[in-house]
Design a protein around this ligand. Structure first.
Ligand SMILES: [Zn+2]
Length: 342
């Protein structure tokens, strides 16, 4: 259920502040002004402290998120924000989980370049990858192009968009409040080419992987592939409408159709081995589930076998989100294995 957190929080703030205003005398205009300012501050969460901006290749900078999940302490700073800096323009790949995070990312971008921002690509519909759009349209205008796969556009403009905005406020105890939904407004699909101010960006999409609408953004000149959540680095999370088979197909497509040297995930540290890490873990989960299904075993047997698999066991100790998500990962893999092998 989506709890109407903002309204409840606002009501609480208003009640407290009304008491203060009454004490000061309602006829006092300054008190009423203070009341309005206080409610405004409460509805809009506080600024996010500056984070380092890091250059990962000649044209690509990221503001990395050390945490994999949103908390009140990190104010939702849980996903990397990427800037591809071309000769005459900057393309943003995923804009962060809130207005405040997007604002911080813009401040950090301005410490390294004055090049204008010319667009955003949102890699998929999970809110930590697009809620920051609001900051970028505030800064650069509503005409700023915002590209995404059609599935992503529909999800963000629909009930999923609202869910993610509300959930992020709840998970951060109000830190992201004030963030408005600014959906992507232009379709991109496999084979499309975008320009980051003169630098070519190639879009890849191979069907459902992490979600039905994932796109990867290739900065071919740098050998960099921005993969969103198709690949993660030492993290597992929401895979509710993803696909193992689709992720393998997507990995194969990305390898066959690019010369990637650096995989840049939405969560975790970019590196040459991110795809191999993800493939090993996913093969450990999925292939074990297929073997269990073929042997007539149930999901509990699959679970035990997966956890014993050395490819999986090797990840258990240092993968963020492990305890909360591994059970669900195995259940989803088992269901998919059943469907694929029926
Ligand atoms: Zn995601």
């Amino acid at each position: 259920m989506i709890v109407p957190t903002r309204r409840r929080v606002l009501a609480g703030a208003a009640t407290a502040t009304v008491a203060a205003v009454t004490a000061a005398g309602l006829s006092d205009r300054r008190a009423i002004g203070a009341f309005a300012a206080e409610v405004g501050a409460f509805v809009t969460g506080p600024p996010v402290p500056d984070r380092p901006i890091v250059r990962v290749s000649p044209h690509v900078w990221i503001v990395p998120a050390p945490d994999g999940f949103p908390t009140p302490e990190n104010q939702g700073m849980m996903a990397n924000i990427t800037f591809v800096v071309g000769p005459d323009g900057v393309m943003v790949v995923d804009s962060g989980a809130s207005l405040q995070i997007g604002e911080m990312a813009i401040r950090m971008l301005r410490t390294v370049t004055d090049t204008p921002v010319v667009g955003i690509v949102n890699t998929h519909y999970h809110g930590d990858h697009w809620l920051g759009n609001h900051a970028f349209t505030n800064a650069f205008g509503m005409d700023l192009p915002r590209y995404a796969h059609p599935h992503t556009r529909a999800a963000v403009a629909g009930i999923e968009g609202d869910f993610w905005r509300s959930a992020m406020v709840r998970w951060t105890n109000g830190a992201t409040a004030g963030t408005e939904i600014v959906p992507p407004d232009r379709d991109v699909g496999h084979g499309d080419v975008l320009s980051a101010g003169g630098l070519e960006l190639r879009i890849h999409h191979y069907g459902t992987a992490h979600t039905p609408g994932d796109v990867a953004v290739e900065v071919a000149e740098d050998g960099v592939m921005c993969v969103g959540d198709i690949l993660m680095e030492r993290r597992i999370a929401n895979m509710d409408d993803g696909s193992y088979v689709g992720t393998f197909r997507t990995m194969d497509g990305l390898l066959a159709n690019s010369r990637t040297r650096l995989w840049l995930p939405g969560h975790g540290t970019p590196g040459p081995d991110v795809l191999d890490w993800q493939r090993s873990l996913f093969e450990g989960i999925y292939e074990t589930c297929v073997a269990t299904v073929e042997a007539g075993g149930d999901v509990e047997e699959a679970r035990a076998a997966v956890l014993r698999d050395p490819r999986v066991a090797a990840c258990a100790a240092d993968t963020r989100g492990w305890d909360a998500n591994i059970g669900k990962y195995i259940s989803l893999a088992y269901l998919e294995a059943e469907q694929e092998n029926f």
